[in-house]
Write a protein that binds this ligand. Sequence first.
Ligand SMILES: [Zn+2]
Ligand SMILES: [Zn+2]
Length: 173
Amino acid sequence: MGKRYYCDYCEKTMVAAPAIVRTHNNGIVHQKLVQEHYQQFKDPETILLEESSKRPCSRFANGTCQFGNICRYSHYNREQLDALRRYVESKNFNKSILTQPSFEELYNKLQNEKSLQTEQNDGNTVAVDKNGITHVFPWTYNPIFDSYGDNLPPSIKRLKIEDFENASITEWG
Ligand SMILES: [Zn+2]
Ligand SMILES: [Zn+2]
């Protein structure tokens, strides 16, 4: 008995003569099985790209195409291609969601920034008068000057709400 060649794709044993193996490898049945084997490892993106560049196979529509996955025409119909396209799109969409911060993360970030801002404003520009009305001044103070007490020039002195009580507002103009 001579050497035997076993084809994994076709699960077929044959005489291990180069001519016989070559003929087998070029045969439609073998190529179809090889294609089917690799088709299952292909990305949906690749299949979509390949199949949408082919013209539809009219023989396959009649059920008379013998070429299977090695047919140069597409065996996918419009609906199948559309479904594949939607699948690829939703896959990419989910991917982009995963790499972006979630809504919750964005919301928390915004809240943190907001509370930081109000903390900065507190004590600097907000004063409450004895009627309980909050006044927000459109300026800020440098806290360093607080340690100088009343010895500061009026322009950088922190104004207290009492400073406004006896103020006589003169109309200008
Ligand atoms: Zn084979
Ligand atoms: Zn075909």
